[in-house]
Write a protein that binds this ligand. Structure first.
Ligand SMILES: [Zn+2]
Length: 187
């Protein structure tokens, strides 16, 4: 997936991510994020994802909605798959969802991730529409290290809510990536 895809909130290739790439200093600098040993694999906003990042900057999780038929979609697309309209806008969602799936990556991992392992990468289905899914990490607190949650306690169906963690994009822009924390199950 491209680096600009806002669905890729969490770092690290999981099992089956393909052959391990050789050293690539341009992508893996080994720099640390404050409080985390993980390299800052942060997205670079582009024209199509800009509305998403404007939302996370103000603490709002947004999905794209068709300007014609109103259907919601994520990740963002230029054209509606239902009615083919190219009119589009961004709509806030509650930021609540459930763990739809997850993996626990183990070494061999890219530099910077090995020391965080084992950690989780979760796929969250959104409360408003379970077919809308976002990738991230389950963390114990906003901005907490990705290995802080015991992977043995992660399970499918776990109720979660979004939190936002500040990162620096490759071009140096501040971006807030969504991550996820446990929440009480609503009635
Ligand atoms: Zn449409």
């Amino acid at each position: 997936m491209p680096d600009t895809d806002p669905g890729v909130a969490g770092p690290g290739p999981g099992p089956g991510a393909g052959p391990a790439p050789g050293p690539n200093p341009a992508r893996h600098t080994g720099q640390s994020v404050a409080g985390s040993p993980v390299p800052p694999l942060a997205p670079e906003p582009d024209a199509e994802s800009e509305g998403f990042w404007q939302g996370t900057e103000v603490g709002e999780l947004r999905v794209q909605a068709c300007g014609s038929c109103g259907s919601r979609r994520f990740p963002p697309l230029v054209r509606c798959a239902i009615c083919h309209s190219v009119e589009r806008t961004w709509r806030p969602v509650s930021g609540e969802g459930e763990v739809w799936s997850f993996v626990v990556p183990h070494p061999p991992l890219l530099p910077g991730f090995a020391e965080a392992a084992p950690y989780n990468v979760v796929v969250v289905s959104l409360a408003e529409d379970p077919t809308l899914r976002m990738v991230g990490n389950l963390v114990a607190r906003a901005g907490g290290p990705i290995g802080e949650v015991d992977p043995a306690t992660v399970e499918i169906g776990l109720p979660v809510r979004v939190v936002f963690t500040e990162r620096r994009s490759p071009s140096g822009r501040r971006v807030w990536v969504p991550q996820w924390m446990r929440r009480e199950r609503s009635r």
